[in-house]
Write a protein that binds this ligand. Structure first.
Ligand SMILES: *[C@@H]1O[C@H](CO)[C@@H](O)[C@H](O)[C@H]1NC(C)=O
Ligand SMILES: *[C@@H]1O[C@H](CO)[C@@H](O)[C@H](O)[C@H]1NC(C)=O
Ligand SMILES: *[C@@H]1O[C@H](CO)[C@@H](O)[C@H](O)[C@H]1NC(C)=O
Ligand SMILES: *[C@@H]1O[C@H](CO)[C@@H](O)[C@H](O)[C@H]1NC(C)=O
Ligand SMILES: *[C@@H]1O[C@H](CO)[C@@H](O)[C@H](O)[C@H]1NC(C)=O
Ligand SMILES: *[C@@H]1O[C@H](CO)[C@@H](O)[C@H](O)[C@H]1NC(C)=O
Ligand SMILES: *[C@@H]1O[C@H](CO)[C@@H](O)[C@H](O)[C@H]1NC(C)=O
Ligand SMILES: *[C@@H]1O[C@H](CO)[C@@H](O)[C@H](O)[C@H]1NC(C)=O
Length: 431
């Protein structure tokens, strides 16, 4: 029996609504909705559909009621989609160093902004159309006047990014509006609309930063965007997780899963979880950080450089392709890997050496974290040339900050309720 076309349409909707609880992903990429459906084998759809529609008394003479619009049918059946309690947001990359997600602000929500998801920032900001400087020329600028859900907070915003080549400040005002993460939203988010950004941000792809650090408030005392998602009961579990890759053939860099960890991506038996220290950052203790060329057969390392014999404070920062450590240690590392000063404080290594560089290791709980040259050296391709830059950067202070080099090798899970962080192997060779 051929099924009338309108029944096929009903069936399609039926699938979409019911499958939304079993792994369907809806993504919005540059304004286009894409829906990824898993494939299952079940009863012939016509049969299930006829049984279902028939059981609701909607079958008249073997076909669905001619005048029933789909919406009416579903209204009658009270088949509203289940509330979303987690959301996968695609992360894109550019030059293997800017990793960003597309997020909409306000209403109408037809503009997307590129946000770096940064686990080390409390503040969330986006470039404002008030920015008249050349540094903002290539940004998608937020215009509060064009958003029906926007209202002013009344406070000013100022953030000092320090001195030096990549220092400067962010200046602007605080505004309140709705943030949309694909089909999940947080209303009443207080964020900064900045009208002044440092020069180097002209060379970055992003329009703003989404602060995903662990505290409760940003510098101005406004609740963090995460707290709003929780308060508004938009997420299932008070956690998020990051899957990042450096696959050079794609600008899809992975995803952030808000409200869950995705067992498809990580290998639970190669996982370690540690308690966090302090209450502001994704910050924890590590031990025995060092470099080694070879492990002998008994798995004993012969370190060529060693730090943190007792313990060191470490943080995860998803905002940059960088590993930051104490200045003296970074100098020793650059000497060890043969890195030479290049420009703007960057160091380069001969590309042909990458495979021969020592491995970096440290103890995270009961797990050995290991990064190779291919992770801690960034390759930049330009006009047929390749430039190999060290991702190590110095800072005053004693802590170590691990960014994309670690996060693209390991899956990470950030749990606000347990106050823990997990670092686990990717399941297949996804990194
Ligand atoms: C059902 O079909 C019969 C015969 O084809 C017709 O007389 C009747 O009006 C139909 N009923 C409805 C509700 O369409
Ligand atoms: C925004 O508000 C204006 C004025 O109230 C209204 O005309 C317009 O339809 C609204 N736009 C949207 C997308 O809600
Ligand atoms: C967004 O929607 C508004 C109001 O509907 C419209 O004026 C504007 O052109 C749209 N912008 C884009 C980029 O589609
Ligand atoms: C912030 O940076 C701008 C230039 O980008 C500079 O003119 C201004 O003096 C800075 N403000 C402060 C308080 O440092
Ligand atoms: C936010 O999401 C809720 C559903 O959770 C929806 O009812 C509401 O209209 C959305 N608000 C905006 C401004 O998109
Ligand atoms: C958002 O703020 C408005 C105005 O202050 C308030 O009426 C509304 O209840 C708030 N919504 C949520 C979800 O907190
Ligand atoms: C996401 O939420 C849906 C429905 O709320 C649930 O079925 C699914 O298992 C969740 N995904 C993960 C990875 O927890
Ligand atoms: C998961 O990790 C364990 C322990 O390291 C390893 O033996 C196993 O092969 C891994 N499984 C997958 C699917 O990667």
């Amino acid at each position: 029996m051929a099924l009338p076309l309108n029944l096929f349409l009903v069936w399609t909707f039926f699938c979409l609504f019911f499958e939304s609880s079993v792994g369907v992903t809806i993504r919005e990429i540059d304004g286009e909705k894409a829906i990824e459906l898993p494939i299952h084998r079940a009863k012939h759809p016509a049969q299930s559909l006829l049984e279902f529609v028939g059981s609701k008394g909607l079958l008249k003479n073997g076909t669905a009621h001619q005048n029933s619009h789909l919406q009416d049918i579903f209204k009658k059946l009270k088949m509203a989609p289940a509330p979303v309690k987690n959301e996968t947001l695609a992360i894109f990359k550019r030059f293997d160093s800017d990793f960003y997600a597309l997020i909409r602000i306000g209403k109408p929500a037809n503009l997307t902004y590129k946000f770096v998801i940064d686990t080390s920032w409390a503040d969330t900001w986006v470039v404002s159309n008030n920015c008249k400087e050349w540094t903002c020329d290539n940004k998608d600028k937020y215009n509060a006047k064009r958003s029906n859900t926007s209202h002013p907070d009344g406070r000013n915003f100022y953030l000092d990014l320090g001195q030096g080549t990549f220092g400067g400040n962010l200046t602007g005002i605080l505004t309140i509006d709705t943030f949309k993460f694909a089909h999940m939203n947080a209303t009443n988010v207080t964020f900064a609309e900045v009208s002044n950004i440092p020069w180097f941000m002209y060379f970055t792809r992003y329009d703003g930063i989404l602060g995903m650090s662990r505290g409760t408030e940003n510098l101005q005392g406004a609740p963090l965007i995460w707290r709003e998602l929780v308060r508004q009961n938009k997420i299932k579990r008070n956690m998020f997780s990051l899957y990042l890759n450096r696959d050079p053939t794609s600008d899809r860099a992975g995803s952030i899963l808000i409200g869950a960890a995705d067992p498809h991506h990580y290998n639970g038996s190669a996982s370690a979880k540690v308690p966090l220290t302090g209450d502001k950052y994704w910050q924890f203790d590590i031990k025995d950080l060092g470099f080694t060329y070879v492990k002998n057969k008994k798995k004993k390392r012969k370190p060529v450089l060693e730090f943190c014999k007792d313990s060191c404070l470490a943080k995860l920062a998803s905002g940059g392709n960088i590993i930051i450590g104490p200045t003296a240690a970074i100098n020793q590392i650059h000497q060890l890997i043969g890195a030479q000063p290049f420009f703007f404080g960057f160091y380069r290594v001969p590309c042909e050496n990458i495979a021969k560089l020592p491995e970096l290791y440290f103890s995270f709980g009961n797990k050995d974290i290991v990064l190779y040259g291919e992770q801690y050296i960034q390759q930049i391709f330009y006009n047929g040339y390749v430039l190999c830059l060290s991702t190590f950067a110095p800072q005053d202070g004693k802590e170590w900050i691990f960014g994309i080099p670690l996060l693209s090798k390991y899956y990470t899970i950030y749990d606000f309720d347990q106050n823990t962080i997990s670092i686990t192997d990717y399941k297949t060779h996804e990194a």
